[in-house]
Write a protein that binds this ligand. Structure first.
Ligand SMILES: [Zn+2]
Length: 167
């Protein structure tokens, strides 16, 4: 008898992952979204018009701290979220988790490079003697592993979860 994995179809989160465009005011948020595995364009050197076109044509969610851009995007883009520039990144993540259901847990198997948004590839053998699991960005060549910054990353995500309303 063959066992079928019927449970695999019971996905808790059937919606496709949101794609993002993040404005220049939220660079830290853009990096974290990539580490969490979300396809994110960081629009730090684009005109408002370019940003609006990318949101429209690519079905991307715009996150901006610019009120007038937000108002234009609300009329023309699939979804726009206004987050003031002064907002702590932990709270920004919580806002996105609440509005879009994004995950606040890192799975390095789906992480993207925080610098260039390419999906990381797991190295078949570790080139670093102090760790087993090493990932490489196929685009910029950077290596990633659970190093000293890992703790602060987890702390940031833990803080973000505290902002979520109790379920
Ligand atoms: Zn890269």
């Amino acid at each position: 008898m063959r066992s079928k994995e019927e449970n695999s179809s019971k996905n808790k989160n059937p919606l496709p992952d949101p794609l993002f465009v993040i404005d220049a005011m939220h660079g830290k948020l853009a990096k974290l979204l990539r580490i969490l595995g979300y396809d994110t364009i960081y629009a730090n050197s684009m005109s408002d018009q370019q940003v609006l076109e990318i949101c429209q044509s690519g079905g991307r969610v715009l996150v901006t701290g610019d009120r007038s851009l937000y108002e234009r995007a609300s009329k023309n883009c699939p979804k726009a979220i206004f987050i003031p520039q002064s907002t702590r990144v932990e709270k920004s993540l919580a806002i996105l988790a609440e509005n879009l259901g994004i995950s606040l847990d890192i799975d390095m198997g789906r992480s993207r490079c925080p610098y260039c948004n390419a999906r990381l590839e797991k190295m078949p053998r570790t080139p670093l003697p102090w760790t087993q699991e090493v990932y490489k960005c196929p685009s910029c060549g950077n290596y990633y592993w659970k190093g000293s910054h890992w703790k602060s990353l987890l702390k940031t995500l833990g803080e973000a979860k505290k902002w979520l309303p109790p379920r």
